[in-house]
Design a protein around this ligand. Structure first.
Ligand code: FPP
Length: 256
């Protein structure tokens, strides 16, 4: 197991050891998560939804470190979808401001912990301050050799596919690409995830059985684990259960 010499707030962080029930040789390389249930977590406690989102950030920080400690190479999370703009304006503003605060507060730790961060989605329309913080986070972590952490922000699977089709069409019109040569590899190189592997495992919390427009191309052969745990309650035990479920599957990729 990789031992990370992580320093957080001046204190050496104690790495979490992979639970003995899990086979270190059969872990997913890349995990994707639909972090759902922040609102219900808060409602169940008589708290405003914003507190659920804040608690969701804590669950995300814990999960990122657990994945890194347990030897997962990439974590991709659905932080803000193209559909999330339809939430009340107050909640949208809260979420975008929360992302800014988290990036400002956590960047130093991410750098120290060797996390390589990237943002996937239609980033151009986000507030300037958030875009600047995202660029700073990408630039200052690109050389890092630890876990790849992809945050899907203003992401929608359909929009991603339309963007890719448009880019290919433009190349064809400009004479840079013969349309007959377009294959899966050329197509996937136009997606936001061009430099990333496909997820081996998708986890969705809060018991919903939907893809919700998340990584429609990339999840083609991923194993899916749905848990009733609400995202703010997601912890080492919930991650262990997801990995045990994954290890119980036989992946055939369409073969026999
Ligand atoms: C889904 O819960 C959660 C979200 C739409 C936001 C997820 C964001 C975070 C956990 C924060 C991530 C922060 C960074 C910096 C990446 P919901 O509101 O849909 O819950 P509900 O279905 O119970 O209403």
């Amino acid at each position: 197991m990789r031992q990370s010499s992580l320093i957080n707030s001046g204190k050496k962080r104690v790495s979490s050891i992979l639970p003995s029930e899990l086979d270190s040789g059969r872990l997913p390389d890349h995990i994707a998560i639909i972090m759902d249930g922040n609102g219900r977590w808060a409602k169940g406690r008589g708290l405003p939804r914003s507190i659920g989102h804040k608690q969701g950030v804590e669950a995300l920080k814990k999960t990122l470190r657990l994945c890194d400690d347990w030897g997962i190479s990439a974590l991709t999370v659905y932080a803000f979808s193209t559909e999330n703009w339809s939430r009340p304006g107050e909640e949208v503003s809260f979420l975008l401001t929360l992302f800014e605060h988290v990036l400002q507060k956590e960047l130093e730790s991410l750098i120290e912990e060797q996390v390589k961060i990237n943002f996937l989605g239609d980033i151009g329309v986000l507030p300037d301050k958030l875009k600047e913080l995202m660029k700073k986070a990408i630039d200052s972590t690109q050389g890092n050799k630890g876990i790849r952490f992809n945050v899907c922000t203003n992401y929608g699977g359909r929009r991603e596919l339309v963007f890719a089709a448009k880019k290919l069409a433009l190349k064809a019109v400009n004479g840079e690409l013969d349309p007959n040569l377009i294959d899966e590899e050329i197509f996937s190189n136009e997606l936001f995830t061009a430099k990333e592997t496909d997820p081996d495992l998708l986890i969705r919390t809060s018991g919903e059985n939907r893809l919700s427009n998340f990584l429609l191309w990339q999840l083609a052969y991923s194993e899916i684990h749905i848990t009733n745990v609400l995202w703010p309650d997601f912890d080492a035990n919930a991650l262990k259960k997801a990995l045990l479920d994954y290890q119980s599957r036989l992946r055939r990729f369409g073969g026999v």
